[in-house]
Every structure is written in C-alpha cells, then in structure tokens.
Design a protein around this ligand. Structure first.
Ligand SMILES: Cc1ncc(COP(=O)(O)O)c(C=O)c1O
Length: 391
C-alpha cells in the first residue's frame, strides 16, 4: 500500500520500540524497572476522582461536549490570576484534549507548507511532529549545557528569523529539567515581536519544580500576550494524564484559530473530564506541594544513588526527569539504553530521541518509588562497572 510520503518522517515512537523489547524480556520472566515514560504513578486527589464517580451515572455526560463549559474557562481564568497574576478573558483560552492536541493542530492553523518553525534540540519530539504534519520547515535552535540549555535567539541568522513564523520554547524543560532563568521569557517575547513570530510556550511541567523555586508563565512577560500562547496541562500537575485535559492560553486570534481548526476535528472534551478539571483548578492546591516534595525526594534518591555508583549527574530544577550525561567510556545513548535494558531490565530513554544533541545523554523518569529507583541505580552501577571492565 503506498502510504503518504510524510509517513517516512514518522517512525514508531521510541516507547513503542521499547515496548517490543520489553515484551521479549517479560516473556523470559525478567524483572523490569521502567524509568522511561513520563506518566505519573501518583493518583489524582480524592476530590477530583469523586467528580468522575458522580458524573458516571448522569446520561447527559456522555453527549458530545462540542465546546468548553464556561465554568471550565472561568476556572482557568481564576487559576492563571492566582498562580501567575496573569489576567485573561474567555477569548484567551481554549480547552484541549491534552497539550498534544495543540502541538499537532496549532502548527496546522499557523503554518503554510514551506514556512519555518524554530525548534529546540534537545526538545520534546512532538514539537517536530506538528511542524512536519503542516509540511513546514524546521530550523533547530541548539540548547548547549554551557549556554544554560537556552536557545541563543540572537545567533539565529537574520533571514531565518525573518521567515520564521513559530518559535517553540518549553520551561521547565523536558528532557533537560531546567527552569527558565529570569529575563528569558522577556527576551523571547521581544525577539518574537521584532520578527513577527508566534511563540508557543509548552508549560507541561509548570508545577513540578524543586528546591523552593516555582516555574513561571511566558504570558507574565511584558508583551507576551501579543506574540504567544502557552500550553498548560493538567496531566502532570494533577496526575490526570489519561483524562486528556489541558489549555491553550494567550493571544486571542491565535487561540481562536486553534479552536476553529479543532472544531473541524474533535467534538470537545469529555464532559466529566471538564468537570474534573474545574474541581482540580478551583479546589485545594496543597496536593501540588506534596507532589513537588515527592518528586524532589525521588530526584535526590536517584542522583545520590547514582553518585554512589560513580555516576555524577546534574540535579534537575524541575519536571519529572533527570537528564543524565553519559560517562565518557559509555557508548552513545541508543546503544547504551538498549544494552542497559538487556543487561539489567532498567528502562531509560536514549537522549537521541530528543534530537542530535541528546546523543550523549539518557532521560531517567522519576516515576517509580524511591525503593525501586535505588534498586535500579544498583543495577545501573553494576552495568557501568561491567562497561569499564570491557573498555
Ligand atoms: C513537554 C511536554 N509537552 C506536552 C506533553 C503532553 O502533555 P499532555 O498530556 O497534556 O498532552 C508532554 C508529555 O510528556 C511533555 O513532556
């Protein structure tokens, strides 16, 4: 069957490939410790799950939603005001079936074939997917450790900046675990205004930050509302990954274009999920402190245990991931992750999945208990010792 040419750009995701390998190991009865995919192992708060239970017996809840409930939009307005001091109108908000929804459909609404989008390397793979679906061109902005893992916007050639229509940024950053330093969002907004670019700030990990620091909103930077939209997901903040609920928030005409595109594709967010989101946004927020503390404690357990094994990695400032630079004697990320899996049953994601600059890193998710994380580190340590002996 001759499928579309663009299918060649869409290999099965790294997680699908890992699953195949895992199935084989499970069939051999091997123990697996999965530190790959970023889906929280914590439950949603009780008051959020109660809403779903109450909705379940109401037949109205199973109809197409078509649009966002006003209660949902208003709850998001209140949340943005409380959390970031950002004032929004209803026209600045569009509900999403997860941020993936906007990552796929916003480029379709903004980009013509051949237009240019600026993407980080390393960066979340879905940024690329959306741009490729729109048949647009990708220009990668490298994120180097020595540059604080920030894009050097001034280094983008003038002709590229002039023809670019969309800039992707994302802090707290998956996979690198850094927060945006003071002034970065302002610089991005100024750059976008100068060149007539729309900024898409993916704030998927907005609440998962450590050491007392809080993440910010791109929209709180001066001028940002004129040039950008931000995605704020409930997946990780409220442990609702499977429920699929998030928001695009920002410049009204861009949000309206996204909503128009989506209205031709989906029929809205499952009504009970909209109700759950209202409960999450308006309800008690103490679960966020507990969540931050739990991930931070896992982060410290992971970094501490790896250091005991002789592998010293940077502590992330946020997200649910450690971005671990491979020791010099280790092979590149794909081979390292595969060998580690086969030798130990520990699953990590090869950094190459996030771009060429990730090839000397692996991403380790903090999605297991501290006990399991420590057990994984012991196994990793044994694997590293084996590697040094073979060298
Ligand atoms: C950077 C980033 N953006 C978006 C998503 C997807 O978020 P959602 O569950 O809201 O679709 C993820 C999920 O891992 C992510 O890491």
């Amino acid at each position: 069957m001759p499928f579309a040419d663009k299918m060649s750009a869409f290999a099965p995701s790294v997680f699908v490939r890992l699953e195949k390998e895992l199935d084989a190991l499970r069939a051999e009865g091997r123990e697996i410790i999965d530190l790959s995919v970023g889906t929280p192992d914590f439950p949603p708060a009780g008051h959020i799950m109660d809403v779903l239970r109450d909705c379940a017996s109401d037949p109205d809840m199973y109809k197409y939603a078509i649009r966002d409930y006003n209660e949902l939009t208003d709850a998001a307005v209140r949340w943005y005001k409380r959390r970031y001091g950002v004032s929004l109108e209803r026209e600045n908000i569009c509900g999403l079936t997860g941020s993936q929804d906007a990552l796929a459909h916003l480029p379709l609404a903004l980009l013509n074939p051949g237009d240019t989008a600026l993407l980080p390397d390393p960066g979340y793979p879905m940024f690329r997917t959306g741009v490729l679906l729109a048949n647009a061109e990708i220009y990668t902005t490298p994120l180097y450790e020595e540059g604080g893992f920030l894009p050097d916007l001034e280094a983008i050639p003038r002709d590229v900046a002039q023809r670019a229509k969309l800039l992707f940024i994302s802090y707290p950053a998956n996979p690198i675990g850094r927060l945006a330093p003071d002034g970065f969002f302002e610089r991005a907004a100024r750059f976008a205004k100068k060149h007539g670019i729309i900024v898409l700030h993916d704030n998927a990990y907005s609440e998962l930050t450590f050491d007392g620091r809080l993440g910010g909103s791109f929209l709180s930077a001066p001028g940002a509302m004129e040039v950008g939209v931000e995605l704020n997901s409930l997946s990780k903040s409220y442990n609702l990954t499977g429920a699929r609920i998030s928001f695009a928030v920002g410049r009204a005409d861009v949000v309206a274009a996204l909503a128009r595109m989506k209205s031709n594709i989906d029929y809205g967010i499952f009504r009970p999920v909209q109700r759950m989101a209202v409960a999450a946004l308006d309800g008690p927020q103490d679960s966020l402190d507990a969540l931050r503390a739990a991930y931070q404690s896992r982060r410290d357990a992971l970094c501490g245990a790896l250091a005991q094994e002789g592998w010293h990695i940077e502590k992330p400032e946020g997200t649910m991931f450690c971005w671990a630079k491979l020791p010099e004697y280790a092979p590149d990320s794909g081979e390292f992750a595969l060998n580690l899996l086969r030798a130990t049953g520990v699953v990590v994601v090869p950094g190459i999945s996030f771009g060429d600059l990730g090839n000397r890193y692996v991403r380790i998710a903090l999605t297991q208990t501290e006990e399991r994380i420590r057990a994984a580190c012991e196994k990793i340590g044994r694997h590293l010792r084996q590697l040094t002996m073979n060298n």
